[in-house]
Design a protein around this ligand. Sequence first.
Ligand code: GLC
Length: 666
Amino acid sequence: MKKLTVKDLSLEEKIHLLTGKDVWRLHTFSGKLPEVFVADGPNGLRMVSRENADNWGGEVYKTTAMPNVVNVANTWNPALAYENGKVIADECIEHDADVLLAPGVNIKRSPLCGRNFEYFSEDPYLAGVMGAEYIKGVQDKGIGTSLKHYAVNSSENDRLCMNAEVDERALREIYLRPFEIVLQETKPTTVMCSYNKVNGIHASENRYLLKDILRDIFGFDGIVISDWGACHNRWKSLKATLDLCMPVKEDAFAQVKTALENGWVSEEDVDFCVENLLNFIYRIQEMKPMRKLEFTEEQRLEKAKAIATESMVLLQNENCALPLKKIPTLLLGRMAEFPATCGGGSSEVSSCHKHPHLKDLLAEKLGVEVTFRSAYEAHLNGLSSARECMDLAARYDQVVVVVGEDTSLVCEGMNRTDIKLHPKHLQLIDNVTRVCDNVIVVIEAGSAVDTSAFQDKVNAILYAGYAGDAVNYALSDLLTGAAAPSGKLSETFPYEKDDLCPDVNFTPGGVDSYGEGVFVGYRGAEDMGVDVLYPFGHGLSYVDFRYENLQVEKKGETDYVISYDIYNEGAVDAAEVSQVYVGQAAARVARPVKELKAFSKDVIPARSKKHVSVTLDHSAFAYYNVCIKDWHVENGTFTVYVGASSQDIRLTQKIIVTLPDETQFT
Ligand code: GLC
């Protein structure tokens, strides 16, 4: 294929290339350039046919709803993030999509953000590591990706005009850090700029973000693509080096033409982006030989199940209520039959799979009678049979209640208004706990949920997230003990929606002030001494793990090998996610008590031990210093914390860092 260069295009063609041809495609100039077709999304392929490419709301292909990104993160298993990317890429190959508009690595600052189900974590390290593996999984199959939404898109209300006011240290240490980690690990073909303003300037027009940081510091060499409708003025975004405005924008050509005539932009500005676009177009062509269709629909579902099973988080399990006993069981809740598989909006998948009733799967695996009642007439419109549910529950020694939030409550473009479940769900749980003392609650939701209303009345709570099409297969394996839970929370579950950050539904003047700075999520909870419902990194198994024998081996002033032994004290094989945090107590700047800097997920056979080893480098000790505009390690005493969650620390050891004096300040 002859590769065109900027010189081969007329000025008119160059200006046209800066904006999409329609909703999902770039210009080809009647075949002068190869076509590039982009499609959503992070939770599975959501793609219109080529005939509908000029239609934003066109009918989409039926594909596999994969475990949502929240679930991929809760596996704490980078290999599964890779697999997840591979499976979605396989479906892109089947339908001939060139770029998957995913993943989102925005920080979960508030549990109310309407797109938390599409994001990995409140922690930048976990988000960056998992996001990088997701991208590798997609791109190793010859499909491009879009690392999004750059940047500081941590709330959905008024997202097209809201201004995120965030200080530079929080910007670099928290909100841009996942993008930086991903770009250190891999080369996404595109980065998608967000809708919102950052410190007063739209991300699409923010040269400091798009050029000075993303390209010049992070070394990004792909194209910056706008979120759909995020480009308000084509020449002003061109000045910021936004390469591609999506979707088609009727006035874009005239805006650039006028700016050229007035000298507001130069042809060099145009050529800079056109060159990036040509490099991108030909990189996509060069990736095509890697495209090999690998999986059938059933195999995709199997892989989705493996991820879903590792993603669910056992929040509590009193009296060993789980795994379920092989006794007659009552199953309540409409979601057992019609599960919440994904959040709403551009990432919502039109599923090609049928969802088996959880009742049938439980009955089959337990070998007992499982009685089901939806418990709601029409969804959430009143308890059809409150009396019946109570009378029934009184006759069972084991009751499973499935509750949660579906796309009517959790969707792109809007925030949640609370983290409490709908009163009808709470009423159902309350009714059942009045007559049965062995209740297990399953929660299908895309972000933190307040369980305080019932956690002392029920035995077990299993957080399913939005686990995609395989949700009931995974639930039945975990509830019956065919698999042991191994998921851990990638976000804090607070008691109240605004315990850790201001209510994002209230942004006076459209300004979200990120006043908490770097103290986001568990960082904030520990700094403020705020109790939380379930801490970051929390998740139980069906066995207990014992941590011993911490070794800290120095390889360099800021390079260490941290190793320890984990014993599985139980009678079944199980996987444990051990987490390594680092904190500097007496720093000259305010620093979080501890920050996640490494983790490992390890399958440990019953009654056996596993020796685990992770490494720490400069980034484990550094903070971003706004005076030198760089990462800086201040000499002093650091603590290494090894634990099963951010609050369940099992082993600690001090490290004294003594870098040469010339690197330090008086
Ligand atoms: C949406 C989303 C973005 C998506 C794009 C195309 O508004 O913000 O994540 O990829 O538009 O649907």
